[in-house]
Design a binder for this molecule. Structure first.
Ligand SMILES: [Ca+2]
Length: 368
């Protein structure tokens, strides 16, 4: 059986990329190295896609990926759906063109939270919390990240491992690079995906992910995998697809590496007692102030529940930033450096607020 599948794979790859008679042999074909900055000059028409894949492979050669690995990775296909979904995302971004008059929506944060942070998600988080205690606690202790934040990221990224995507990652990345809208990003991720295969972290048939190439229960892009994936159960593999120890270790290792502090909560919601210029808000280093300074500016906690009081105490000596996701309208938050590390994971204030609030609700629900 095995022999037949190898033969048919070879035949298929010959059909796709074209085989000269000399390449029929199993010997390793040379692929000329191509500089990282080289620009693809031929038309981006469907009949050039396989040629473009060879171009990307040349970039991988220049980055040290072995010819043996590159020659093995064939059947890299154009994924029309990835381009269609990327166009949708681009269309949404175009509507947020900074040259257009800004559309202020005071309910932006609330609408986002209502969509992603539902009661049913909190219920599932509570159930899963008890089921995954051993790997969750181990990752939390080893990397110094509170359990509720690891669980919140797991829940948001893949619905607790449920939605990981089933696209062939090499195909999705090559397609989006070929499409050209974000070629630098996706060609770099393609090369990093090849590095993962070259290091034998994962085998190609299992290397599945979202249409944009985000993989596994953590939805890591290949570069995030190379930088932050961790082996939580000590078996030598970093399996973010099926292993709970590795998944939680990878999430916690990411946050720890970019500066997480487990003595701090993410932040608190606040109200502004007096108008405050937008230039005060933002997470740039020089915009940090103490809680006392912010209070002097009329920035005060929205709620005085027991949980918010405890967070306030923990934040009383920390650097704090004012975040206003909906600009001068809508809700406002004072956040710690931990919030900034969540933004390193995903550069969206809405996302980071949803992770913080999800973590708070998990913590309250399970009695941490
Ligand atoms: Ca492992």
């Amino acid at each position: 059986m095995k022999k037949i599948s190898v033969l048919s794979t070879t035949l298929l790859s010959c059909l796709l990329v074209g085989c000269s008679s000399s390449s029929q042999s199993s010997s390793v074909k040379n692929i000329p190295a191509i500089s990282r900055h080289a620009v693809y000059s031929k038309p981006r028409t469907p009949d050039n896609f396989n040629d473009y894949v060879q171009f990307l492979k040349g970039k991988a050669v220049a980055e040290g990926v072995s010819l043996a690995t590159l020659n093995t990775q064939n059947n890299i296909r154009y994924v029309e759906k990835a381009v269609a979904l990327d166009r949708v995302q681009a269309g949404l971004a175009a509507r947020r063109d900074p040259n257009q008059p800004p559309m202020l929506n005071p309910n932006g944060t609330t609408n986002y939270l209502n969509k992603v942070l539902t009661n049913s998600k909190v219920n599932v988080a509570e159930e899963r919390y008890w089921e995954v205690q051993v790997p969750l606690q181990r990752a939390s202790r080893r990397y110094g990240v509170q359990q509720e934040y690891i669980l919140a990221l797991w829940g948001m990224e893949s619905s607790f491992g449920h939605y990981q995507g089933s696209y062939d990652v090499l195909s999705a990345l090559a397609t989006l690079a070929f499409d050209g809208r974000r070629e630098a990003l996706f060609s770099k991720e393609f090369v990093n995906a090849m590095k993962m295969l070259d290091s034998n972290y994962i085998q190609r048939p299992k290397m599945l992910g979202s249409w944009a190439g985000a993989m596994g229960q953590t939805q890591f892009m290949p570069s995030a995998f190379l930088n932050y994936a961790a082996d939580g159960n000590g078996d030598g593999e970093k399996d973010i697809w099926t292993n709970q120890f590795d998944t939680f270790a990878s999430i916690a290792n990411y946050l720890h590496t970019v500066g997480w502090d487990d003595k701090l909560p993410w932040g608190i919601e606040v109200t502004l007692n007096q108008p405050l210029d937008l230039s005060f808000s933002g997470i740039e280093k020089n915009k940090a102030r103490s809680l006392r300074d912010w209070q002097a500016q009329g920035v005060i906690p929205l709620s005085f529940s027991a949980q918010e009081q405890a967070k306030l105490t923990a934040l009383s000596h920390a650097d704090l930033w004012l975040v206003r996701p909906d600009k001068q309208v809508g809700r406002a938050f004072l956040v710690s450096n931990n919030f900034r590390t969540i933004l390193d994971w995903n550069k969206s204030n809405y996302f980071a607020v949803s992770i913080g609030m999800f973590a708070d609700r998990i913590k309250e629900r399970v009695g941490l």
